[in-house]
Design a protein around this ligand. Structure first.
Ligand code: ADP
Length: 158
């Protein structure tokens, strides 16, 4: 079975993330969306909130499950028997970091393949940080995030 993992912070999930999940789930038999719990980075939404939001927006995708992990992604993936990492690419700025990560992961676990999916041009400017910046300034984020999670995100900044 072609299983892949789509890792990230998802702090919070955006329409850009969901687009990658939906497109990847048409190619792979199963996608695990894995939320990184990074003790060194302060997140706006805690791990339970991020997982709950992802569960809500993927509830109609039968071959997608949501989970979280700590530590090395390749260790988590190996435990789950997954050898493919999916990453989304927006701009050259994503490329440099992702290129380094893909090569490091390949060095540590040669069987692990990283596959890149180009952003949908509708969402090429979209990131979790932009959503948070706009929401914190009272701007309208309704076109940037899935409707199921809009209220939760706006409520955080009330
Ligand atoms: P961000 O905070 O920048 O949104 P994440 O760590 O949550 O970053 O992103 C997880 C993955 O989703 C990464 O591979 C990232 O490149 C990808 N991604 C994020 N936003 C988009 C987008 N708008 N289009 C395509 N891929 C995206």
């Amino acid at each position: 079975m072609t299983k892949a993992i789509y890792p990230g912070s998802f702090d919070p999930v955006t329409k850009g993330h969901l687009d990658i999940i939906q497109r990847a789930s048409k190619i792979m038999e199963h996608i695990t969306v894995a939320v990184l719990e990074n003790p060194r980075k302060v997140a706006t939404f805690d791990i339970e909130e991020r997982v709950a939001m992802l569960n809500l927006v993927t509830k109609t995708c039968p071959n997608v499950t949501v989970d979280y992990y700590r530590g090395l992604l390749i260790d988590y993936a190996q435990n789950k028997n997954i050898n493919i990492i999916i990453k989304g690419l927006r701009a050259m700025s994503d490329f440099e970091f992702e290129f380094q990560m893909a090569l490091v992961n390949q060095k540590l676990k040669p069987a692990m393949e990283t596959m890149f999916m180009m952003t949908n041009n509708k969402y090429s400017y979209l990131s979790s940080s932009i959503v948070k910046e706009i929401a914190s300034l009272g701007g309208d984020i309704s076109s940037l995030v899935p409707p199921e999670v809009y209220e939760t995100i706006v409520a955080k900044y009330r």
